[in-house]
Design a protein around this ligand. Sequence first.
Ligand code: HEM
Length: 493
Amino acid sequence: MSALGITVALLAWVATLLLISIWKQIYSSWRLPPGPFPLPIVGNIFQLDLRNIPQSFGKLAERFGPVFTVYLGPRRVVVIHGYKAVREVLLNYKNEFSGRGEIFAFQEHKDRGVIFNNGPTWRDTRRFALTTLRDYGMGKEGNEQRIQKEAHFLLDALRKTQGQPFDPTFLIGCGPCNVIADILFRKHFDYDDKMCQRMMHLFNENFYLLSTPWLQLYNNLSSYLRYLPGSHKKVMRNVSEIKEYVLERVKEHHKSLDPNCTRDFTDCLLLEMEKAKQGPDPGYTLDSIAVTVADLFFAGTETTSTTLRYGLLILMKYPEIEEKLHEEIDRVIGPSRIPAIKDRMEMPYMDAVVHEIQRFIDLVPSNLPHEATRDTVYRGYVIPKGTVVIPTLDSLLYDKQEFPDPEHFKPEHFLNENGKFKYSDYFKAFSAGKRVCVGEGLARMELFLFLSAILQHFDLKSLVDPQDIDLSPIAIGFGKIPPHYKLCVIPRS
Ligand code: HEM
């Protein structure tokens, strides 16, 4: 065959492939929700702002409505926007959309543990985690006492700064880190412990990197990008290092396991593993236990610690709000007793401020991706099994009707005209339904108790004029990442 013939044959072949791919796309999207027309391979990814995908979703919702389809690379994604649709998907279709969409940077956790598990073991592992966390959360040595005990260590560490400027990231992070470490491995880290600092650094770095444009691209085009150098490799190395650390703790526990006296969450999982050895179901392995514990370790540390850190920055920008909190704390708790959960009933302003911090910072704007577990008819559309479904949370937290002037920090969003706490069903920072955050109760308790304890003892002092504090996140993706800053804490007389 001549060179011309080969060229024509090749061109015809490429054209046929392209036509087949377009036809397939049209056919499979026949009854899908509407959305922008996708390009082959990259889909709609370059029609979105990779520095702020949640905002791009908002704009697409204005064009296509509350339920629309986008292709992130080759992945078909149905985005759910706004209170009515998100609530429907999370609560009325809780089984159909309870799968977990893949997050490629967490390959190592795929289909194990809780967070990234889209396999058959998710349901049992989640149930077991919830019951065990509940058991450790109740009773004499329950979560309230655990957090109160930790609050003393946190306050001591803050006193040691002696009014000098410091970066709160790891100092404040030690509080939530020790609370979850106590539940998981009955471990308490000193505030300058090198290993604790290392773990927090890895959690923090991953949360940041996962929110950068490159990781948005990588998570959706990983089959093309995985061999390239880039920060996705760093994220994966960090994930491995965290898991290795946890695996070592799990092995230590295994060696000293006493079936008659479980010390912590890890022991409970190990005991379950030992029991299952006698039955037909293989159950847990040391490795899958390590993934489950690692899930809770970083989810339990990074989220709460980032919320506290962002919260302190917000309070420095609004000293009048900080002052009202001081007044409420002095009136209800006084100067010496450690804050308790029962105080929340009498502290509507603090309760409202904590909710408003979580609303305003919108920590996980696009939620974690869900996945359709079967072909599902929803609002007349057919959403095929395996489709990624994103029930956005920012569309509720920034709803203009429910929270007038949502771009501004206003505790009044959660207060009624009598100054009492006002519940809002739009507050879904922890999501809802079958995949709802496992640590919601613990996180809420930590935020209230730690923040109350800090403000009971200290005035916050900004290094810049409060008016010049910029609250904009430095990255938006997997999470919204607060700006770096330093502050001083001045003991209250
Ligand atoms: C301010 C603190 C926190 C926020 C804003 C938060 C938010 C979230 C969100 C949005 C999800 C995804 C839910 C979904 O897929 O629909 C989630 C899942 C999860 N969270 Fe949290 N979380 C926080 C604290 C915690 C804590 C303290 C723990 C551990 C004790 C924890 C453990 C988990 C786990 C294990 C999942 C996965 C649930 C599953 O896939 O079944 N989180 N969280």
